[in-house]
Design a protein around this ligand. Structure first.
Ligand code: GTP
Ligand code: MG
Length: 198
């Protein structure tokens, strides 16, 4: 799919105030600093459409970006931000969980996982929460440019194995991406295009 236009529409912290249009929408969620905003820029090939930072906790609100005038990408704040208290770290911010539960327009959420790391409790808990609440999602392994192809394969396999040893009966759909070298861009846009036309 060719991205002809990508425009910031609004930021807010209340799902009730999100755009009223009934257009298909895709949201990016995952730990702070995993690369959600960078991936939105990579997919749309707009360098600074979504604000990124080397410091975790950059994105603080629900951000809607309208793509090709007929669907939305949504950038969300991260969870598991290291500088919040242990108690807060466990509970995902309420406006984020409200967004997933209430947003009718959401077609698929993308849960981002840093490919370099071992499975983290907070990600496992979030994936479990998505399953329990029947929110459609895929996983996206990010920062694949940091590993060699063999290591990418090993890390993905180890992650899937751990999921299947836990509560999951089958592995969620997943993509491997790099915002630095564009890996996964065509696959992800193709996936979205197919969902948009169904
Ligand atoms: P929050 O908004 O704080 O939750 O973070 P985020 O998930 O939106 O992460 P962001 O896109 O701001 O990126 C965090 C850092 O990771 C930045 O320094 C990015 O340059 C870097 N980064 C993101 N994606 C990639 C990637 O694919 N490869 C590499 N090497 N670095 C990346
Ligand atoms: Mg961000």
């Amino acid at each position: 799919m060719k991205i002809k236009s990508a425009n910031f529409v609004m930021s807010n912290s209340n799902v009730a105030n999100c755009p009223k249009e009934h257009l298909p929408e895709y949201a990016f969620i995952g730990r702070s600093n995993v690369g959600k905003s960078s991936l939105i820029n990579m997919l749309t090939q707009r360098k600074s459409l979504a604000k990124t930072s080397g410091r975790p906790g950059k994105t603080q609100l629900i951000n809607h970006f309208k793509i090709n005038e007929n669907w939305f990408l949504v950038d969300l704040p991260g969870y598991g931000y290291a500088r919040v208290s242990k108690k807060d770290k466990k509970t995902f911010q309420k406006y984020i969980t409200d967004y997933f539960i209430e947003r009718q327009q959401l077609v698929c959420a993308f849960v981002l996982i840093d490919i370099r790391h071992e499975p983290q409790k907070v990600d496992m808990e979030f994936l479990e929460w998505m399953g329990e609440n029947q929110i459609p999602f895929c996983m996206i392994f990010t920062k694949a440019d940091k590993l060699k192809p063999k290591a990418i394969e090993n890390h993905v396999n180890a992650y899937i194995k751990e999921l299947l040893e836990g509560v999951w009966e089958e592995a969620p759909n997943y993509f491997v991406t790099s915002s630095t070298n564009g890996m996964g861009q065509e696959e992800l846009l193709g996936f979205i295009e197919e969902l948009n036309t169904n």
